[in-house]
Design a protein around this ligand. Structure first.
Ligand SMILES: [Fe+2]
Ligand SMILES: [Fe+2]
Length: 254
């Protein structure tokens, strides 16, 4: 019987080794970010290369297979979280549609939390905007970037108050960081301010679990407003192609 690891770090290493399993003779290693998220400034335990054992590179057989030329819909279906987060986006876009917003703003609502359902929560507005920027109207990515700050500040003119849910989520005395305040000051005088604000207005913090909105409802909106590259997302050559590739193959060793 092996010795019981003593420290948290040793226990985590042992667990990591257990989880680090061969995939067709390829060892999966995780990026620092995954370890930081567990509160560990580490890159995991060292890899013991056995005979014929290498690090994993390429398609990850543990995840749903992606087509060679993936579309936004493929990422929604095969990579993004299939959870309440996704329903949040769908219901938000549904509300925007019902409220008669222009189509590109329906797309903005559909994609406003793409970072959260797609890969990362922290600074999600900025990450999400960067991810889609090459493929959408500039106003759409601007609005998504700026909903990050605008959602913390009320605008009585459109009936948007500080969300009650934020009091529960962050505490009554939570103050946004200085960079959020600074971006708000920049955004509120911008020509597209109201587009960013419309994301907040249609950002449903609680939704009716009995109403199920499907992604297919927005297939045409995506088709007309998201410039799908013919090579497939990640195979094209834009400033965010690497982000799509990393989403597709998150455990590539390098
Ligand atoms: Fe958001
Ligand atoms: Fe949201």
């Amino acid at each position: 019987m092996s010795a019981i690891p003593q420290s948290m770090s040793e226990r985590a290493d042992a667990l990591e080794l257990e989880q680090m399993r061969a995939l067709d003779g390829r060892v999966i290693v995780k990026s620092l970010l995954f370890h930081l998220a567990e509160g560990r400034q580490s890159m995991g335990p060292p890899v013991n290369y056995g005979p014929g054992m290498h690090l994993h590179m390429g398609e990850d057989a543990r995840l749903p297979k992606m087509p060679d030329k993936p579309t936004l819909m493929d990422f929604f279906k095969h990579r993004f979280a299939q959870s309440r987060g996704l329903q949040h986006l769908l219901q938000s876009a549904n509300l925007a549609q019902k409220n008669g917003l222009p189509e590109k703003m329906v797309l903005a609502c559909l994609l406003h939390d793409i970072a959260v359902v797609g890969f990362i929560r922290s600074d999600h507005g900025y990450w999400g905007a960067q991810l889609i920027e090459p493929y959408v109207d500039e106003e759409v990515s601007w609005a998504i970037r700026m909903h990050q700050c605008l959602r913390f500040y009320p605008d009585e003119s459109v009936g948007y108050g500080y969300p009650d849910v934020y009091v529960r989520m962050f505490g009554a005395d939570y103050k946004p960081d200085a960079y959020i305040e600074a971006d708000y000051q920049r955004a509120k005088n911008h020509k597209w301010y109201m587009s960013g604000r419309m994301i907040c207005v249609n950002d449903l913090y609680s939704f009716d679990p009995n109403v199920v909105v499907t992604l297919e409802q927005f297939e045409d909106v995506i088709g007309r407003n998201f410039k799908q590259p013919k090579e497939g997302l990640g195979n094209d050559n834009t400033p965010s192609s690497h982000m799509w590739r990393t989403l597709r193959r998150p455990c590539n060793a390098l």
